[in-house]
Design a protein around this ligand. Structure first.
Ligand code: FUC
Length: 905
């Protein structure tokens, strides 16, 4: 029926920046394609390098290297992270390898600094200094003039070639002289430290190669790094000290040079690493990394710089170029730190907002690839000996948030790193589930090794996982499997469903089916249960059936049941989930009109910290879906909670609020949270800070922008569901909706002008937008198509794989302004008077009520005028009740509602 779209070749970096208005690019076969812009972070000052200041300890008791956290520019290929400082005298390149851990604080191990690489130029008077990071190409650079010679350096971390590549140039022949001096930091002598918390290492130079070799005591990790220095012109000399260590290579009078760096350990992502209890046996028998690292260097050394660069760009562009966003920004002629400072001072610039969005996508590609470890709390970048919170995989929100932008911003493949990590730790996670059930609910224990499913607690690393307990209940596992549900729902990849996503959700379902106990009303409540990190009277609060646990058990059961139908699974757990799901009572509305965090709570804040950073009872709003537009009374209660919890918090916590507000469809509020993120928790290098630097906030912020622009969790594709009035005109392309539809949208004056939807797998495509049923729909050739009108704002059309739908001529609509206030006054024991202001007597309103924990409102009355007397046999007997009044506009649309309550003691 439709013609397949011909793939439009990605254009290379350096192309023209189109004006914000050119949405339809003629060449791209009339495709709705957002112009590809050039994104970069850049600075005109050198990065200071004062080192970590141990007198300044950050929240959580962690050291602080202000310069690294604020100024260094991150590049990475998943295995390796490099933070480029950008200096003329001595360049500092800090290297991290994602499996090199030391003992750390919590018994999980802590990621540590792999090495520092110094390039010593002794250029003291640089002129026209600039350093930066091209987000469009994943290349960092430094350039300046010294004594009339232009010096430039480029840095990239290639995923396909597994190396860091550094190209150094001088504009005049023979003018490039420098020393290459790597240093292994934080060495600790095996003789003097207890508990094998030591690190040995030597650096030796020979010919054009410098080799770093050493050992970590705690896990007995062997590590190795190799740097190969190639020069063009000039001389090269390798030098070691009298012990044959601390090697360096001195380059003199060259024209240009290239350094390639590979790093590795003897780590293998295998079950044994997690199941083996003895720290020093986890890697026992695994081959030393020497051969692996040597092979990587040898293969890369055969290639020219141009070849290495091309391979890197082809790989990076494959992912990065998939999604574009245009909010009307154009690259300003001021450095990024000044741009951010201006933004903080109230001068918002849409370029910075676009840059922040694309920076998050960039970071995910740089730190989470197939075959690498997943993105940790700092991605793949740490300069510390013992990293803040171990640079671990924290499962009560942080690691999940890392993957929130993976699916909707078209980077689903980046999730593979987490999925492979899960596959490796699953055996231990099954043991953890057995331990947990044995201890907490022995009557439900199965004697078979996989009979209790699998579980995960908050803390985890490359070597350890934990069980739920203390401050985060068993729902932590359901929170984790949401990623697997989304992985399937966005990609609709049947193989992955069978091999990865369904087994994860089914195993978790089995565990979660055993963590509840019936209460006197026959409800099934998680016992014990804890809402992440909440404290009562200073102590972590352990209870029964808190919202976080109930919601995540519910969501995992719901996802399990949906998937079981698709894969036609009739195992007993399916029947169990079916029986249990109705007894979970996951959402309760309290006397402040809030979603209760605890069942024993009446008014908001009675239990737990009033403004706690975690909004764990909101996981059913985001990333879960239990609270949605079809549960409007719960949605309103969620807004009450979010308002009471406040907009101010720490990096990731602001990002969670931003996504939650986007789900309420309040674009201006979500935007306000986004600006909070940028103004209160963003460093000059655009890294998110808690403090300390944590990458979760970057990823949560990027996901939040996408969530404002496209949603698909309510059974249809909803483009522009929470567009802020600040983004008046704009467009995007390449965002992804559930069902694997790739969506492009353009809007003008806050109203959609066109959508384009590509079916990557095909199937029924439902689209929701005001007046969408009156839009013109064509295929990519311009042939008119008929959609089924479900209602004025919802259409449905069947697609085949590759089909493209174009929706244009979408009639504009007017939002109806809501009333200002609603007052509910109990007049007598049978009557409540509702009153609100109406400017004229003919205005039309609708009155609704929701009693108790009802998810939806019941319609009460159509009213003209500004008040209504609600009568019932006995007010006291109906219990807690929320009233809602909406205004009905001339176009028949209803405004947002205002709420008032009775019986809220
Ligand atoms: C969770 C959060 C903290 C911090 C830590 C790494 O425990 O509650 O705020 O982000 O993870």
């Amino acid at each position: 029926m439709y013609k397949l779209e011909k793939l439009v070749k990605h254009l290379v970096l350096g192309m023209v920046v189109f004006g914000a208005s050119s949405i339809w690019t003629a060449k791209a076969q009339n495709q709705l394609k957002t112009p590809k812009k050039v994104y970069k972070l850049w600075y005109d000052a050198q990065t200071p390098n004062r080192g970590a200041d141990y007198s300044k300890i950050q929240a959580g008791g962690f050291p602080y290297d202000a310069d690294w956290e604020n100024w260094s520019l991150p590049i990475g290929n998943g295995w390796l992270g490099a933070s480029i400082f950008g200096r003329a005298d001595t360049e500092r390149i800090q290297l991290t390898e994602n499996t090199l851990l030391n003992k750390g604080k919590y018994g999980l191990g802590s990621l540590t600094n792999f090495a520092e690489l110094y390039l010593e130029f002794n250029h003291q008077k640089p002129v026209g200094f600039e350093r930066g990071l091209s987000i469009s190409d994943a290349i960092s650079y430094t350039k300046y003039k010294q004594d009339g010679v232009e010096y430039s350096r480029e840095y990239f971390a290639s995923y396909p070639d597994k190396v860091l590549v550094i190209k150094l140039k001088a504009s005049a022949k023979g003018k490039l002289s420098f020393a290459v001096r790597p240093v292994i930091p934080y060495l600790k002598n095996p003789d003097t430290t207890k508990n094998r918390d030591y690190r040995t290492g030597t650096v030796t130079a020979k010919g054009d190669l410098i080799t770093l070799v050493g050992k970590m005591g705690f896990f007995d990790i062997a590590y190795e790094g190799q740097l190969k220095v190639t020069t063009y012109g000039g001389t090269k000399q390798s030098i070691n000290d009298e012990k044959g260590e601390n090697g360096k290579i001195i380059v003199a009078n060259a024209d240009s040079a290239m350094i390639i760096v590979a790093v590795g350990t003897n780590y293998k992502l295998e079950s044994r690493v997690f199941t083996e209890k003895e720290e020093t046996k986890k890697l026992e028998g695994y081959p030393l990394p020497h051969e692996k690292v040597s092979n990587i260097i040898a293969a890369a050394a055969k290639k020219s710089f141009a070849d290495l660069l091309k391979t890197h760009l082809d790989d990076y562009h494959t992912y990065f170029n998939r999604a574009q966003l245009d909010l009307g920004g154009a690259m300003p002629n001021i450095p990024t730190d000044k741009l951010l400072a201006n933004y903080k001072a109230g001068n918002r610039d849409p370029y910075l907002e676009e840059l922040y969005f694309q920076f998050g996508r960039y970071l995910l590609i740089a730190c989470s690839r197939k075959g690498t470890m997943p993105a940790n709390l700092q991605g793949v970048w740490t300069q510390y000996d013992i990293s803040p919170w171990t640079s671990g995989y924290w499962h009560n929100i942080n690691v999940q948030m890392n993957y929130w932008p993976a699916f909707n911003t078209n980077l689903a493949e980046m999730f593979t790193a987490y999925a492979d990590y899960y596959k490796a730790f699953r055996e231990q996670a099954q043991k953890g589930a057995t331990n947990y059930i044995k201890a907490k609910n022995p009557s439900a224990l199965s004697s078979s090794p996989d009979g209790n499913g699998w579980t995960i607690g908050t803390g985890a690393s490359a070597y350890h996982i934990t069980e739920p307990g203390g401050h985060s209940g068993p729902g932590t596992g359901g929170f984790t499997t949401k990623m697997f549900w989304d992985h399937y729902d966005f990609t609709r990849d049947k193989n992955e469903l069978i091999n990865t996503d369904y087994p994860a959700i089914k195993g978790m379902g089995l565990f979660l089916s055993k963590v509840t106990k019936p209460n006197s009303e026959g409800l099934l409540l998680a016992d014990p249960s804890a809402s992440p990190e909440q404290r009562v009277n200073g102590n972590y609060y352990v209870t029964k059936g808190c919202a976080f646990d109930q919601e995540m058990i519910y969501e995992n059961h719901q996802d399990l049941l949906t998937m079981a139908k698709i894969v036609v699974d009739k195992d007993s757990i399916v029947g169990i989930a079916e029986k249990q799901i109705g007894k979970l009572d996951p959402i309760q509305v309290g006397n402040s009109g809030q979603i209760k965090e605890y069942r024993e709570e009446k008014k908001y804040g009675e239990f737990g910290e009033f403004k706690h950073r975690h909004i764990s009872h909101m996981v059913a709003l985001y990333p879960g879906t239990l609270i949605n537009s079809n549960t409007p009374a719960w949605m309103d209660a969620a807004k009450v909670t979010l308002n009471l919890r406040s907009d101010f918090s720490k990096g990731w916590a602001i990002a969670h609020r931003m996504n939650a507000w986007a789900r309420t469809k309040d674009g201006d509020r979500a935007y306000k949270l986004f600006t909070n993120l940028l103004t209160t928790c963003t460093k000059d290098n655009l890294w998110d800070t808690h403090p300390p630097f944590q990458i979760d906030g970057n990823f949560g912020g990027t996901a939040g922008i996408a969530e404002m622009l496209l949603q698909s969790h309510e059974g249809y594709i909803a483009p522009l569901p929470a567009l802020t009035s600040q983004w008046k005109n704009g467009s995007y392309s390449g965002l992804v909706a559930r069902g694997n539809f790739e969506v492009a949208a353009a809007w003008n004056n806050g109203q959609a002008t066109a959508f384009e939807i590509k079916a990557n797998v095909g199937g029924v495509c439902k689209v929701y937008y005001p007046n969408i049923s009156k839009a013109t729909i064509t295929d990519e050739k311009g042939k008119k198509l008929n959609a089924t009108k479900e209602n004025n704002d919802l259409i449905s059309i069947t697609t085949n794989k590759g089909n493209i739908l174009k929706l244009t001529a979408i009639p504009t609509y007017n939002k109806v302004a809501s009333i200002d206030t609603l007052i509910a006054k109990q007049v007598d024991d049978k009557t409540v008077e509702l009153s609100w202001g109406a400017s004229n007597k003919n205005e039309h309103f609708k009155v609704y009520k929701a009693i108790g924990n009802a998810p939806s409102y019941e319609f009460v009355a159509n009213i003209t005028g500004g008040s209504y007397l609600f009568k019932v046999g006995n007010i006291a007997s109906i219990g807690r009740c929320t009233f809602k009044v909406t205004k009905v506009g001339d176009n028949g649309r209803e405004s947002e509602g205002k709420l008032a309550y009775i019986n809220n003691q």
